[in-house]
Design a protein around this ligand. Structure first.
Ligand SMILES: CC(C)(COP(=O)(O)OP(=O)(O)OC[C@H]1O[C@@H](n2cnc3c(N)ncnc32)[C@H](O)[C@@H]1OP(=O)(O)O)[C@@H](O)C(=O)NCCC(=O)NCCS
Length: 169
């Protein structure tokens, strides 16, 4: 698989572009696959129609202003996406503009060919151009492959979320 990558480490035949409304049905199918994968890892994510609708509602109206959706196309088919948003830290925490990578998914056909890395580089540049000083992403501890992927992209752990839940009755 690695020989499909060019000398610069980019993927031959994969084009990255900002998504438009026409891409949302395909991106929705990819998101449903992502949700099912994460559910299988024990991440408390819903994978039903209502969850999808609510996910689309969380960004679709703000595309190009506070939310950004990039897709990777291979042979005319959208095979991967990355959704990001801009958020502002509270003033008492420095008031910085932060780029948050909300979700990324690469179709299993295309994995290991640096599509994910290319999407992340594109998003970092886009978010920096929009004024972000730092880029953040949450990954579930159970998703060991994702944690390795983020580290390979130069991300380092800054915060950990410790969670307590009442014991089951
Ligand atoms: C994580 C994901 C986006 C990676 O996309 P990808 O296009 O396959 O990754 P790349 O080919 O760009 O990988 C770049 C580097 O990340 C690391 N990496 C990627 N996948 C990895 C894996 N499964 N295990 C360990 N390291 C991995 C490697 O260092 C790799 O560099 P190398 O090819 O020189 O070894 C993809 O596997 C995916 O969509 N997974 C399911 C969804 C998911 O978990 N999303 C993240 C939620 S936080």
């Amino acid at each position: 698989m690695a020989d499909s990558a060019t000398a610069s480490g980019e993927v031959a035949g994969v084009g990255i572009r900002l998504a438009g409304e026409a891409d949302l049905p395909r991106v929705s199918r990819l998101w449903s696959a992502l949700a099912a994968d994460e559910q299988a890892l024990g991440v408390p994510i819903r994978a039903n129609e209502r969850a999808l609708e609510s996910w689309l509602g969380s960004f679709a109206r703000h595309l190009g202003r506070f939310t950004f959706l990039w897709v990777a196309e291979h042979e005319g088919v959208v095979k991967a996406f990355l959704l990001a948003r801009l958020k502002t830290r509270p003033v008492y925490l420095g008031g910085e503009l932060i780029g948050e990578l909300c979700s990324i998914y690469v179709d299993p056909d295309l994995r290991g060919l640096r599509t994910g890395a290319l999407l992340v580089r594109t998003a970092i540049r886009g978010l920096q151009d929009a004024g972000a000083n730092a880029i953040e992403v949450d990954a579930h501890e159970a998703n060991a492959a994702a944690c390795k992927f983020w580290e390979a992209q130069g991300f380092r752990v800054g915060f950990r979320t410790y969670r307590w839940r009442p014991p089951p009755q």
